[in-house]
Design a protein around this ligand. Structure first.
Ligand code: KIV
Ligand code: ZN
Length: 388
C-alpha cells in the first residue's frame, strides 16, 4: 500500500489574503486550471461567504475543475457553511473547510466566547456541514497556541460529528519544527478516534520555518496533508511554499518515503503565472523557482557540474520545468566552462593557444562586467573563430 501525501493548495484563498494579491475571477480560474495541470489534490478556491465576488469565484472554479477536489473556507456557522456548500454545488468533488479559533487568546479577545461555547459551536457546525457534504475539514484556528487538553476535547468531538480531515494551523507562524511535530503526535496519540480523520498541517512563515514545520508535522506528527501556496504567497510572511515542500518530499524520498501526485514539471510555469498575476516578484535565490535556483557562477562549481551534474545539483532543473541548468559566465568562471560555452555557441577555435588568449580577454572583460552574455563572447572571439 502506498503512503500518499495530499497536497492542499490554498493560493487562491490564504495566498490571496496577502495584502495586494487579490485576484479577479478570471485570474483565479486560470490559476485553478494550472493547479489542476500540476495535479494538486485539493484546490481551496476561496471563502464563499466573504463576498459575492468570492462566492462567484468558488462557483466558477467548482464548475471548471474535474481532477481536483474544490474546497471553500467557512466560519463555523450555518450561514457561512450554507453559502460555501451552495458555491461548491457544481463541483465533481467538493470539500467544506470550517474554522473556529481555539486558543485562549483568540476565544477571549477575538471571539469573546467561553471555551464551552466554542466547544458546542465546533460540534454543531460540523454536524450541520455533514448534512450538506461528506468531505469536511475542521481547523481549530491558532491551534498550535491552544491548550492541548482543550484541543483534544474539541477535535475528538468534531471527528465524532463526522469531520474527515483535521487541520492544525500554526496561524501566526510561532512553531518550531520539532515542537510542532510533537504537538501533532501528542494530539493524535491522545485522541481515541484520531485515526478516523486525515491529519493536516497549515503553517505560516513568520519565523521563516513554514516548510520545516510542515515537514516535521508530516514526519514526527504523522500528518498526511500539507496546506501550502505557490511561491509561499500568503498573509504577512506567507504560507508554506508548495514548490519547496513538494521538492523536499520528492528529492528526499529516501527519508520521507511518501508518494505525491504532483506533476513537478509544471511547477515553474505555475510559479510564474502566480507571480505575474499578483505582481509579487519571486526573489532570485528562492529555492526551486528563483532565477538562480539552478545557476552556477563559481568556476569550481561550473567545472564540477560540467563533469557530473550531481556534484552541485541535488535535483534536476528540468524536473521542475526549467529547460536546463544555467552556467553564468563571469569573473569566477574557469576555462572549462568558457570552452564549453564556445562549443555550445558553435564556435570552433584552431588551437589551444587561441582558446587561452580568448579566455584571458574574457577574464579581463569579466572584471568589468558582472555577467557575460553569449553576445559578449561572440564579439570577443570574432577575430580568431571559424564559424561552423
Ligand atoms: O492560518 C489559519 O489559521 C488559517 C485557517 C483559516 C485554516 O488560514
Ligand atoms: Zn492560514
Amino acid at each position: 500500500m502506498t503512503d500518499k501525501l495530499i497536497i492542499f493548495d490554498t493560493t487562491l484563498r490564504d495566498g490571496e489574503q496577502s495584502p495586494g494579491a487579490s485576484m479577479t475571477r478570471d485570474e483565479k480560474l486560470r490559476i485553478a486550471r494550472q493547479l489542476e495541470r500540476l495535479k494538486v489534490d485539493i484546490i481551496e478556491a476561496g471563502f464563499a461567504a466573504s463576498s459575492n465576488g468570492d462566492f462567484e469565484c468558488v462557483k466558477a472554479i467548482s464548475e471548471a475543475i474535474k481532477d481536483a477536489t474544490v474546497c471553500s473556507l467557512a466560519r463555523a456557522n450555518d450561514r457561512d457553511i450554507s453559502r460555501a456548500a451552495e458555491a461548491l454545488k457544481p463541483a465533481k468533488s467538493g470539500r467544506l473547510h470550517l474554522f473556529l479559533a481555539t486558543s485562549a487568546l483568540h476565544m477571549e479577545k477575538k471571539l469573546r466566547m467561553t471555551p464551552d461555547q466554542v466547544f458546542e459551536q465546533a460540534k454543531s457546525s460540523v454536524r450541520f456541514a455533514r448534512n450538506l457534504m461528506d468531505d469536511i475539514e475542521f481547523s481549530p484556528e491558532d491551534g498550535y497556541r491552544s491548550d492541548p487538553d482543550f484541543l483534544c476535547r474539541v477535535l475528538e468531538a468534531v471527528i465524532k460529528e463526522g469531520a474527515t480531515t483535521i487541520n492544525v494551523p500554526d496561524t501566526v507562524g510561532y512553531a518550531i519544527p520539532e515542537l510542532y511535530g510533537n504537538f501533532l503526535k501528542n494530539l493524535r496519540e491522545r485522541i481515541p478516534n484520531s485515526d478516523k480523520a486525515v491529519w493536516s498541517v497549515h503553517c505560516h512563515n513568520d519565523l521563516g520555518m513554514a516548510v520545516a514545520n510542515s515537514l516535521a508535522g508530516v514526519m514526527i506528527g504523522g500528518a498526511r496533508q500539507v496546506e501550502c501556496t505557490i511561491n509561499g504567497l500568503g498573509e504577512r510572511a506567507g504560507n508554506c511554499s508548495l514548490e519547496e515542500v513538494v521538492m523536499a518530499i520528492k528529492t528526499r524520498k529516501d527519508y520521507f518515503g511518501l508518494e505525491l501526485g504532483i506533476e513537478t514539471k509544471h511547477i515553474l510555469a505555475t510559479s510564474r503565472m502566480v507571480s505575474q498575476t499578483t505582481g509579487f516578484v519571486v526573489q532570485p535565490n528562492k529555492a526551486v523557482v528563483g532565477a538562480n535556483a539552478f545557476a552556477h557562477a563559481s568556476g569550481i562549481h561550473q567545472d564540477g557540474v560540467l563533469k557530473a551534474r550531481d556534484t552541485y545539483e541535488i535535483m534536476r532543473a528540468e524536473d521542475v520545468g526549467w529547460s536546463a541548468n544555467k552556467i553564468v559566465l563571469g569573473k569566477l568562471s574557469g576555462r572549462n566552462a568558457f570552452k564549453q560555452r564556445l562549443q555550445d555557441l558553435g564556435v570552433v577555435m584552431e588551437s589551444e593557444a587561441d582558446i587561452n588568449s580568448a579566455f584571458a580577454r574574457f577574464k579581463e572583460l569579466a572584471d568589468r562586467k558582472s555577467e557575460i552574455f553569449d553576445e559578449d563572447i561572440l564579439a570577443l572571439v570574432s577575430s580568431e573563430t571559424v564559424a561552423q
